[in-house]
Design a protein around this ligand. Structure first.
Ligand code: F6P
Length: 325
């Protein structure tokens, strides 16, 4: 196996709070173990276009508390092609980068897996996404912060919903996964969550309405997972049409969910996984995502990490129903 002297690090896909804490942990752990570190800007695009700078421990000073990513991020179309990945490999060789650390979500780790397979490059992934949808890890970096942001917003929406005795449909991010919707609903005391994983034939809106909106309840909040076909707007329009007696409003939280200073939990997770990345490389691990399971740092092969069927605790749906009486 080729000796690793220099490690390149990049962030890719949607940014998530805690990415900076991960960059800091990877950089400083690597330097303290004798590696050279190079920061790659703008995700895989920056690798293809050689936007690369050598990092010292000062390069990552005072970033642990900052949201976003100092390395910038991109969803690279070019890296999805074999030609793009060939260019990226040539730049890596020219820059003397022997191993690549990729912090990102599903698409980013799929890119890392393809790159590693085609060019025999050691790649290690870190789960950086607010969606919490990477398989094999209990948590992803940024999820906890976003969950807390959503809950803070829903608490505020509840005040106005109560005052006007309205039903609010609040749309949250998560792409194809309902972790943010389900758990923010539990934490904010919402009356229901409509999530993609609850894909029985049952109509989730009918179930919610069917439970009856108590007269004594001043307001109802339904958290809806984003979806191009049936997001919050879709459900609100349906209720307006089918139940005109209710006063309905929609609130789409949008990108404010991705910003902000990471929670202590995300900073600690990012730091543990960042340090674990260098241990993984020293351990001879290749082409794995470093994740966390039952509070232990673990390695998940890329092929598993990018599976789209991360299990969700469906009992929580029942709990939500029971508590919304
Ligand atoms: O994957 C993270 C995420 O925030 C998803 O929850 C969301 O669907 C998507 O990215 C939004 O992407 P963009 O910032 O490119 O609009």
């Amino acid at each position: 196996m080729r000796r690793i002297n220099c490690i390149g690090i990049l962030t890719s896909g949607g940014d998530s709070p805690g990415m900076n804490a991960a960059i800091r942990a990877v950089t400083r752990t690597a330097i303290s173990k004798g590696f050279k570190v190079k920061g790659i800007y703008r995700g895989y695009d920056g690798l293809i276009n050689d936007e690369i700078k050598e990092f010292t421990s000062e390069s990552v000073s005072n970033i642990v508390a900052r949201g976003g990513t100092i390395l910038k991020s991109a969803r690279s179309k070019e890296f999805m092609t074999t030609e793009g990945r060939e260019k990226a490999f040539a730049v890596m060789q020219q820059e003397g980068i022997d191993a690549l650390v990729v912090i990102g979500g599903n698409g980013s780790l799929t890119g890392a897996r393809n790159f590693a397979q085609e060019h025999n490059v050691p790649c290690i992934g870190l789960p950086g996404t607010i969606d919490n949808d990477l398989y094999g890890t209990d948590l992803t970096i940024g999820y906890d912060t976003t969950l807390n942001t959503i809950v803070e917003c829903v608490d505020k929406i509840r005040d106005t919903a109560n005052s006007h005795e309205r039903i609010f449909f609040v749309e949250v991010m998560g792409r194809d996964a309902g972790f943010l919707a389900q758990n923010s609903a539990i934490a904010s005391g919402a009356e229901a969550a409509i999530i993609p994983e609850d894909s029985t034939d049952a109509d989730q809106l009918e179930q919610f309405i069917g439970r009856g909106i108590r007269k004594s309840k001043n307001s109802s909040i339904v958290i809806v997972s984003e979806s191009p076909k049936c997001g919050a707007m879709f459900y609100a329009e349906r209720v307006k049409k089918e139940y005109p007696q209710y006063d309905v409003r929609v609130s789409i939280l949008g990108h404010l969910q991705r910003g902000g200073s990471p929670t202590a939990r995300d900073r600690i997770l990012a730091t543990r996984l960042g340090a674990g990345t260098i241990d993984a490389l020293l351990d001879g691990q290749r082409n794995v995502m470093v994740g966390i399971r039952n509070d232990e740092v673990i390695y998940v092969p890329f092929a598993d990490a990018i599976r789209s069927d991360k299990p969700m605790n469906m009992n929580l749906i029942k709990v939500l129903d029971q508590l919304s009486i």
